[in-house]
Design a protein around this ligand. Structure first.
Ligand code: PA5
Length: 467
């Protein structure tokens, strides 16, 4: 274990009646119906795990895959000045969360020496021409590696950007050398990327079949880019493995992922808190909050339950960022509709703290700040906000890590992945599929003229309803 990094802990007193002002979950239920309900959810998840449907559970122990990822990263890292990940959704958000949490801020602005000779890291998810063309003009084609990440190998946004880049490399380096600019992370057997890898002898890393897109952060989808920029992926996996062990028990009171899932499910379905705000008080956990948003939304927002009945269920996850969003969304959280629960993400210590030295000691309004540190301020703001919400009877809880490091981040990834599959079982939906994104994809293919797809009739905007 990385020194000083224990597993994330959850403080949820501010969800419990008798602590939370005027409302809250009955504490007796913690050893009663909620514990029983969780035991059933745990059993269901274990069955799916044994059936090989939830491959993310196995990633921390897949030492061969981790070793292959590290080897590939070592091979490439020193040969390129820039690494560009092309992927979207689950094939980008994990890498972005790792980059944000574990690289020094402004990594791409650092000089070669400060980066220890390791490459820049860029992530292209949205196929926005301004972004793509802007980035390509800054890159040296001969010194850039493009890591195309797509489990299906067919996603339009990813494949379109891949085509743009392949042609750009052909134009700048010649057809023979274009293929040297790529590494594909994709299904071990299926899909267009796999086919192209075989045809052009492009190196690949696998996303195992049983690992879904949004559950792929601990596969090469997240870990190759991380390793290539020097992140200790073995520590990430060790943190995930430790959390996995913590969450093995069907006892609700001892299982952190079960606790998180049970609280958020009850907040939504019993207490009307269908909006779930994930609010880190650490810039380094900003990417993680976006990763959680996708994990939560795509896994739990479902029209049908597992028995095929129409339920149209699922909470709405919203990332917010402390302390900046205290000056934005907090007013609504404190006084708006009681349809929200806040999950604060805190840390015991920052990477580096900054002392506040006050040269204006004669100005009373500033005097109280002097002698503190920026972390001291930020963390007190988190605690004060949680307390203010509690006093107003607004549900909230806090997930805390000792510090944001590779081990604790691995623990956080695993905590939320396990929690979301438990939550799926509690809602009675399948957290592993995403049928709702299909229709938009099919219509896009039709509009793009893809063969086999009907051109949809989408009426032009009606001028009567334009202003
Ligand atoms: O969670 C998911 O399955 C999705 O968010 C996918 O990750 C996303 O659609 C990208 O898919 P792919 O990796 O197949 O390109």
């Amino acid at each position: 274990m990385t020194a000083g990094s224990r597993l994330p802990a959850i403080d949820f007193g501010n969800m419990i009646a008798g602590v939370l002002e005027g409302t809250g979950l009955d504490p007796l239920r913690w050893r009663g119906d909620l514990a029983e309900r969780f035991r059933d959810a745990h059993d269901e998840v274990e069955m799916r795990r044994e059936a090989g449907e939830t491959g993310f559970f196995d990633l921390p122990a897949d030492h061969l895959l981790a070793a292959a990822t590290l080897r590939m990263a070592d091979n490439f890292a020193r040969q390129c000045d820039a690494l560009v990940v092309i992927g979207i959704g689950g094939s980008a958000l994990g890498a972005a969360a790792l980059r944000n949490a574990l690289l020094p801020p402004l990594w791409n602005e650092l000089d070669d020496e400060a980066r220890g000779g390791l490459p820049d890291l860029h992530i292209l998810d949205n196929p926005d021409p301004d972004t793509v063309s802007g980035l390509l003009t800054r890159l040296d084609p001969a010194r850039t590696l493009f890591n195309v990440v797509s489990k299906s190998g067919t996603t339009a946004e990813t494949m379109a950007q891949f085509l743009v880049v392949w042609r750009w490399l052909e134009d700048t380096l010649g057809a023979e050398r274009a293929r040297d600019g790529f590494l594909f992370t994709t299904s071990p057997e299926r899909g267009t990327l796999r086919e192209l890898a075989t045809r052009y002898d492009v190196p690949t890393l696998p996303i195992p079949d049983a690992v879904g897109g949004r559950f792929s952060v601990l596969s090469p989808a997240g870990l190759f880019p991380a390793a290539a920029v020097g992140i200790d992926i073995e520590a990430v996996l060790a943190g995930a493995a430790a959390m996995l062990r913590r969450c093995a028990t069907p006892e609700l009171t001892a299982n952190p992922a079960g606790t998180l899932a049970t609280l958020l499910h009850a907040a939504d379905t019993e207490m009307g808190a269908s909006v779930q705000v994930f609010m880190p008080y650490a810039d380094r956990l900003g990417g993680f909050a976006y990763w959680v948003q996708q994990l939560w939304a795509e896994s739990l927002g479902k029209a049908l339950d597992r028995a095929g009945r129409r339920v149209e269920t699922g909470p709405t996850p919203v990332p917010a960022f402390g302390a900046a969003d205290q000056h934005s969304i907090l007013q609504l959280l404190m006084e708006g509709p009681r349809d929200k629960v806040v999950v604060f993400l805190g840390r015991g210590a920052p990477g580096a703290d900054v002392a506040i030295r006050n040269p204006f000691t004669d100005i009373p309004d500033l005097a109280y700040l002097g002698g503190h540190t920026l972390f001291g301020l930020l963390d007190r703001e988190r605690r004060a906000t949680a307390e203010a919400l509690r006093r107003e009877g607004r549900m909230n809880m806090t997930v805390t890590v000792d510090r944001v490091d590779a081990h604790s981040l691995g623990g956080l990834f695993m905590l939320f992945q396990i929690a979301v599959v438990y939550a799926g079982a509690l809602y009675g939906v399948d957290p592993l599929d995403q049928p709702g994104v299909e229709l938009g994809k099919v219509l896009t293919c039709g509009l793009m003229g893809r063969s086999g797809y009907e051109v949809p009739s989408i009426p032009p905007p009606d001028p009567r309803w334009r202003v």
